[in-house]
Write a protein that binds this ligand. Structure first.
Ligand code: NAD
Ligand code: UD1
Length: 338
């Protein structure tokens, strides 16, 4: 099936292109390269032997989308395109609402015009309210987002639910990702943050390679076993395969359905540092720093629904995630900008 992949040059999108091709699908990528490089698609080709068709442009450009839908018989879309930096979203809320909601609305409008009514949406565990019992289930309470980025995901989900109510032919899968890390095991593809990384794993790998003097561990006085924050890290290749499983579901159902994509297991910051050091034989110097505002002590998924309904489960453990992240970083110290 031809699958429109918006944001397909990005971290999760490029790994998903590999999984789609391996499953016999044909990804058609639209990306404005605002946070990525076209080189990621060349790497997809090196891994799979298939160069994805690529349109450089903005998903809000409906004329561009018109051309894409006219040229290719698209079966469904996976909508990754969006801005994702939490701190930046607080500083530039209009950019975030404009880009993330605007892209979703433009995409759906053009899809409606072409009678293509199947969409997978990249949502986030950040839509869950902070006062839920753990593990987080798809039925756990959402809202009370602490930043505009989180609200764009919450509102994006609502827009898509409303669309399925307005037109019963629509089929939407909302995938709530937990914390994607890791890289393709070939070392050819991985996460390539352009600025100082906000997230834990890219900060660890940049510290290990010497680009940062030490990791700041944000708080060691949380009510967790070792006092540091606990998250549900998921290997990006497992996450990519979750999208392939969701396509089968999308094509045989209508309406909107939510799925968690996580492992169901929590890992603390210090456990991650230790696993990284053991897996790669590289020290990761760290210092305990104050808590980061807005952080929660602990969250992890209940992935039971994804297993029961999509038949999907994760295969990779934290050791694999640490090994593959380091393999990518050490082979590509400057990411795709060699
Ligand atoms: P990424 O920044 O690597 O990929 C997003 C891609 O979208 C980039 O290539 C960027 O250039 C492109 N893009 C952004 N706005 C666009 C627009 N208007 N038109 C065309 N292209 C545009 O991020 P990622 O980590 O691969 O995340 C993919 C999706 O998953 C995002 O929607 C993100 O919010 C969501 N998500 C990510 C995480 C995570 O931790 N990485 C967690 C939960 C949800
Ligand atoms: C962050 C975002 C969240 C987004 C998610 C995507 C914030 C407040 N939240 O969540 O909206 O969906 O990324 O993966 O930014 N840590 C350190 N030192 C660091 C970096 C992180 O100790 O340099 C700790 C954090 O305090 C946290 C854990 O590592 O306990 C994971 O942090 P991070 O990778 O930023 O992910 P989240 O906080 O889960």
């Amino acid at each position: 099936m031809n699958i429109l992949v918006t944001g397909g040059a990005g971290y999760i999108g490029s790994h998903t292109c590999v999984s789609l091709i391996e499953a016999g699908h044909t990804p058609i990528v639209v990306d404005n390269l605002s946070n990525s490089s076209e080189e990621s698609l060349n790497r997809v080709a090196r891994i799979t032997g298939v160069q994805p068709v690529f349109y450089k442009g903005d998903v809000r450009d409906e004329a561009l989308l018109e051309r894409v839908f006219s040229r290719h018989a698209i079966g469904c879309a996976i909508h990754f395109a969006g801005l994702k930096a939490v701190g930046e979203s607080v500083a530039k809320p209009l950019d975030y609402y404009g880009n993330n909601l605007g892209a979703t609305i433009s995409l759906c409008r053009v899809m409606c015009a072409h009678g293509v009514k199947r969409l997978i949406f990249s949502s986030s565990a950040t839509v869950y309210a902070g006062d839920n019992e753990l593990p987080l289930r798809e039925t756990s309470r959402t809202g009370d987002c602490s930043n505009p980025y989180g609200w764009t995901k919450y509102m994006g989900e609502q827009i898509l639910r409303d669309l399925t109510v307005s037109d019963p032919e629509w089929s939407v899968v909302l995938l709530r990702y937990f914390n994607p890390i890791g890289a393709h095991p070939s070392g050819l593809m991985g996460e390539d943050p352009t600025d100082i990384p906000n997230n834990l794993m890219p900060y660890i790998t940049q510290t290990a390679i010497g680009r940062r003097p030490h990791l700041n561990v944000f708080g060691n006085d949380y009510p967790t076993p070792d006092g540091t924050g606990v998250r549900d890290y998921i290997h990006v290749v497992d996450l990519a395969k979750g999208h392939v499983a969701a396509i089968d579901y999308l094509c045989s159902h209508t309406g909107a359905e939510v799925f968690n994509l996580g492992t169901g297991k929590g890992c603390s910051v210090l456990e991650m540092v230790k696993t990284f050091e053991d897996a790669n034989g590289i020290p990761v110097p760290y210092r305990i720093a104050p808590r980061r505002p807005g952080d929660l002590a602990e969250f992890y998924a209940d992935p039971a629904k994804s297993l029961a309904v999509l038949g999907w489960q994760t295969r990779h453990d934290i050791g694999d995630m640490c090994r593959d992240s380091w393999n990518w970083q050490s082979k590509n110290p400057k990411g795709y900008r060699e």
